[in-house]
Design a protein around this ligand. Structure first.
Ligand SMILES: NC(=O)c1ccc[n+]([C@@H]2O[C@H](COP(=O)([O-])OP(=O)(O)OC[C@H]3O[C@@H](n4cnc5c(N)ncnc54)[C@H](O)[C@@H]3O)[C@@H](O)[C@H]2O)c1
Length: 361
C-alpha cells in the first residue's frame, strides 16, 4: 500500500507535526483533512497544501482514502476510529488508543472483523534513543533486566497548551496522557505486563489556565493527577511508574532499567532521541552508547509510515494496536487497583516489536 492515500481527522495542535512528517516519509500521502471545527481543517490544508479540507462525514465517505490518522482529543478517539474502520479504512491513532479498555477492545475487534489494521502512537520507541536502549538490553549489556523506574513528574499542560481542559477530563490525567510513552517503552524493553497495582490522588480540584488564548479560565479536575504504579512483567521484572501533574520540581531518572550486571539510563520516552548510558557492575562510571539509528527530532508519524510500509510488505507493523491495548489496560488497571485496593491482573498480552533496520523502515 505504498502511496496509500491518507486522511487526517483532528486538525489541532499536533496535526502540524504529522503534516511535516509527510515530507520525510513518502508513505504518508496526505490527501484530505477534517475537523468538527471546519475552519481548522481549512487552515491546515492551506498551510500544508493538502488537496481537500472537509467535514468528518465527507472524509469518511471519500473512497480514495485508505488510512485515517486520528488526531482528535482522547475522548473522541474511539468514536472516530470505529467510524473510520466501519467505513473500511485502516486507522492510526494518537495516544491513548481510547479512554477505556472496553472502548479500546471494541476498536481492535472492529478492525479484526473487517481485516483492517490499527496502529497507535506513541511511536517514540522507534526513535534513535529507545531503539539504542532496546539493542543494549537485547545484547545483554546489563545482564538480565530485574527492575525499572520511570518518572513523569510535572505540573500539567495549562501553562502552554492552547486548549488544555481535556487533560483533566475523564480518560485523561497524567497516566492516560503521558503514561503511554513510558509504558510503551517499558513493554518494548521488558515485554508484556502480568499485573499492576497503584495509588492515586487528585491534589487540586481546579486548575487555572495561564496559556493563551484561554488565560484565566478555570478547569474543573475530574481525574486523579498523581498516580503511583507498580508493574510486574511476565519476565519477572518489576517496574515503578509515577506520573504526576502535581509536582513543580524533581530530581529523578526519567527511565532506567536495572539488570543483573548493570544499569541502563534512557532518555525521555516522550522524545525520539537523547542520550543512552550504560554502567556495568565493574565500571567506575557510565558510558554513552552510540545511537544505532539516525537522530530525528520530533519524528511523530514514523509509526504511521512504518505501518503503511508493513502493509505493503505484508508483515506486522510495529506501533501496533495490540501494544496500545495492553498499555491502555495497564493504565486503567492502576486506577482500578487504587479504587479496589487489590492488584489488577492483565487479560491482554503483546509481542515486543522487532528493532528497526539501521536506516529506513
Ligand atoms: N499537543 C501535543 O503536543 C501532543 C503530543 C503528542 C500527542 N498528542 C495527542 O494528540 C491528540 C490531539 O492533541 P492536540 O494537542 O492536537 O489537541 P487539540 O485540542 O489541539 O486538537 C484536537 C482537534 O480535534 C478536533 N476534534 C475533537 N473532537 C473531534 C471529533 N469528534 N471529530 C473531529 N474532530 C474532532 C478538535 O476540534 C481539534 O481541532 C491527543 O490524543 C493528544 O494526546 C498531542
Amino acid at each position: 500500500m505504498k502511496h496509500a492515500r491518507v486522511g487526517i481527522i483532528g486538525c489541532g495542535n499536533i496535526s502540524g507535526i504529522y503534516c511535516q512528517a509527510a515530507a520525510r516519509y513518502e508513505q504518508l500521502n496526505i490527501v484530505a483533512c477534517a475537523d468538527i471545527d471546519l475552519p481548522r481543517a481549512q487552515a491546515r490544508a492551506r498551510e500544508y497544501h493538502i488537496e481537500r479540507a472537509c467535514t468528518v462525514d465527507e472524509i469518511l465517505a471519500d473512497e480514495r482514502i485508505d488510512l485515517i490518522i486520528n488526531l482528535t482529543i482522547p475522548q473522541a478517539h474511539a468514536e472516530v476510529s470505529i467510524r473510520a474502520l466501519e467505513a473500511g479504512k485502516h486507522v492510526y491513532t494518537e495516544k491513548p488508543l481510547a479512554i477505556s479498555f472496553a472502548d479500546g477492545r471494541r476498536i481492535l475487534d472492529t478492525a479484526r472483523a473487517r481485516g483492517l489494521r490499527v496502529g497507535s502512537a506513541p511511536d517514540t520507541f522507534l526513535g534513535a534513543g529507545l531503539q539504542t536502549g532496546r539493542k543494549a538490553v537485547d545484547d545483554g549489556l546489563i545482564g538480565r533486566p530485574v527492575a525499572a523506574t520511570a518518572f513523569m513528574l510535572g505540573h500539567g499542560h495549562e501553562h502552554w497548551h492552547p486548549d488544555p481542559a481535556f487533560f483533566y477530563q475523564r480518560g485523561a490525567g497524567p497516566m492516560f496522557d503521558m503514561g503511554p510513552y513510558y509504558l510503551t517503552a517499558l513493554i518494548q524493553l521488558l515485554g508484556p505486563i502480568r499485573r499492576v497495582t497503584g495509588a492515586t490522588q487528585t491534589t487540586f480540584a481546579q486548575r487555572v489556565i495561564t496559556s493563551e488564548p484561554k488565560r484565566g479560565e478555570t478547569i474543573q479536575v475530574e481525574v486523579p493527577t498523581h498516580i503511583a504504579g507498580v508493574l510486574e512483567f511476565a519476565s519477572g521484572a518489576i517496574a515503578t511508574l509515577v506520573t504526576s501533574f502535581d509536582v513543580w520540581h524533581a530530581q529523578v531518572p526519567l527511565l532506567e532499567i536495572y539488570g543483573s550486571e548493570g544499569t541502563l539510563s534512557l532518555p525521555d520516552p516522550n522524545h525520539f532521541s537523547g542520550t543512552v548510558r550504560v554502567r556495568r557492575m565493574d565500571q567506575p562510571e557510565s558510558q554513552e552508547l552510540a545511537h544505532i539509528r539516525p537522530e530525528v527530532d520530533n519524528d511523530r508519524g514514523i509509526g504511521a509510515a512504518e505501518m503503511l510500509e508493513a502493509h505493503e510488505k505484508g508483515r506486522s507493523h510495529r506501533a501496533s494496536g495490540e501494544v496500545a491495548l495492553h498499555v491502555l489496560e495497564a493504565m486503567e488497571g492502576f486506577h482500578l487497583a487504587a479504587q479496589s485496593g487489590r492488584h489488577y491482573e492483565m487479560t491482554t498480552s503483546c509481542e515486543r516489536s522487532p528493532l528497526l533496520p539501521p536506516v529506513g523502515l
